[in-house]
Write a protein that binds this ligand. Structure first.
Ligand SMILES: Cc1cc2nc3c(=O)[nH]c(=O)nc-3n(C[C@H](O)[C@H](O)[C@H](O)COP(=O)(O)OP(=O)(O)OC[C@H]3O[C@@H](n4cnc5c(N)ncnc54)[C@H](O)[C@@H]3O)c2cc1C
Length: 393
């Protein structure tokens, strides 16, 4: 193969070093272990620790609190390299600090020292708990409640009591604390009813178990969490009460650009596999890549991939500059994740019967691409945002 899909030309200069580090790490630690972790479905602790040692985990947290302060473009560059090597392990590497940006942006100094620093210094893991068993896409419809009550026995300040359930929560079992999105009011303005809390996972009333085995990204773990009168001090409220929805909306603009990197990595993997297979497989006395129909299929995969990648890096700049961030993040996420599904589908077709062998990289990619079109907001929700925010430009 003479092409270089994840080339540096589209990557701003300041993100190239970390991208090279991520590529080297992925080649040494992620790609060679992908198949085994898919099969066992185990949490890749050793690879996570190696990623921490390499300075590639949770390093978007600022230097002030112990991280490297990697910006969005740098995290995008890491994402595409990691996800090209394997999406399941990559998700675990990137979820170690999922949601921590919210505390970085809105948390108090005391919270940042207590919660954020250990994550940046790779001593703790965190996660973000938004989705629920009965509600996923409707962020203003979540049912978990956080009721403010007086702490028994006096003047130590109030508490919040959490009740409800969360589902699909990355690291819900493994994390030391999670950022929980819960309902603190029931006013007519449904966008002002939610707040965010830092909840240590050893708090009484916090119970988490792994959700059943998944089809894709099996080296990442998600949890079903139940809050049963889970009491936390008011000091754990992140930002102001009622501002949870707005904080989350802003946070997802960053997250969705990173998820576009998930799509790019997967789309690149599908193209590489399709190219290699079609140039090695003979039928009718020639390589199947000699058929024009196959060549056009590969050409379309490449065209779509390059379009998605240009859009993703453009969106990263737009979000960083706060220029219509919601619009650009939604467009980039939708495009890249759907190019990944299309490329995986075409790659499978070009593999013929061998596409059906579960241990093939193309089959793993095919299973994994079904996930980024859903998480951080199903693509229908992204299209709603693109339509609405195009009208607001
Ligand atoms: C592997 C994995 C990891 C995840 N990690 C996390 C995590 O760490 N933290 C977390 O909080 N959540 C996480 N999620 C949950 C994820 O964010 C939700 O699955 C997602 O938001 C969709 O919610 P839902 O599954 O409840 O689908 P639903 O909201 O029930 O939607 C089902 C389908 O209905 C359609 N639909 C819904 N609403 C609309 C609409 N307005 N217009 C048009 N069509 C619509 C779409 O086709 C959608 O896919 C994860 C999910 C997966 C699969």
């Amino acid at each position: 193969m003479s092409f270089e899909l994840l080339s540096e030309d589209v990557v701003p200069e300041h993100a190239r070093d970390v991208k090279r580090d991520a590529r080297e790490f992925a080649a040494e630690h992620v790609a060679p272990n992908a198949e085994e972790y898919y099969r066992t479905g185990e949490y890749p602790w050793e690879i996570l620790e190696a990623g921490m040692d390499a300075g590639l985990v949770a390093q978007d947290i600022s230097e002030e609190y112990g991280g490297r302060g990697l910006d969005l473009t740098q995290v995008l560059a890491i994402a595409e390299e990691f996800f090209r090597a394997d999406a399941g392990i990559a998700l675990t590497l990137q979820l170690a600090s999922f949601g921590a940006e919210l505390m970085q942006e809105y948390g108090s100094e005391e919270q940042k020292e207590r919660f954020l620093r250990p994550v940046a210094e790779n001593e703790q893991l965190t996660g973000l708990a938004v989705s629920e068993p009965e509600v996923g896409s409707d962020l203003a419809g979540m049912q978990t409640t956080a009721e403010r009550v007086e702490r028994p026995g006096g003047d130590a300040g109030d508490e919040y009591v959490l009740n409800g359930e969360k589902y699909w929560i990355g690291n819900g079992v493994e994390a030391d604390w999670v950022t929980v999105y819960a309902k603190t009011a029931d006013t007519d303005d449904r966008y002002m009813n939610y707040s965010l809390f830092a909840v240590p996972t050893d708090t009484d009333g916090y119970e988490a178990e792994h959700i059943p085995e998944k089809m894709g990204m099996r080296a990442s773990k998600q949890a079903h969490i139940v809050f049963d009168d889970c009491r936390i001090p008011e000091a754990n409220l992140i930002g102001s009460e009622g501002a949870g929805f707005m904080m989350l909306a802003d946070f997802f603009n960053h997250g969705r650009v990173v998820v576009s990197g998930h799509g790019l990595g997967l789309a690149a993997a599908a193209f590489e596999e399709a190219w290699e297979f079609t140039h090695g497989r003979e039928e009718f006395g020639r390589n199947i890549s000699d058929f024009q129909a196959v060549q056009h299929g590969l050409a379309d995969m490449r065209i779509e991939f390059e379009s998605a990648r240009a859009l993703a890096y453009r969106a990263a700049e737009k979000v960083e500059a706060y220029e219509n961030p919601g619009l650009w993040a939604a467009m980039a996420k939708t495009k890249a994740t759907e190019v990944a599904t299309a490329n995986a589908e075409q790659g499978m077709q070009f593999h013929g019967g061998r596409s059906n062998l579960t241990d093939r990289r193309i089959a793993r990619v095919y299973r994994d691409v079904r996930i980024p079109v859903i998480y951080e907001g199903a693509n229908e929700i992204q299209r709603n945002l693109v339509y609405r925010q195009s009208g607001e430009e």
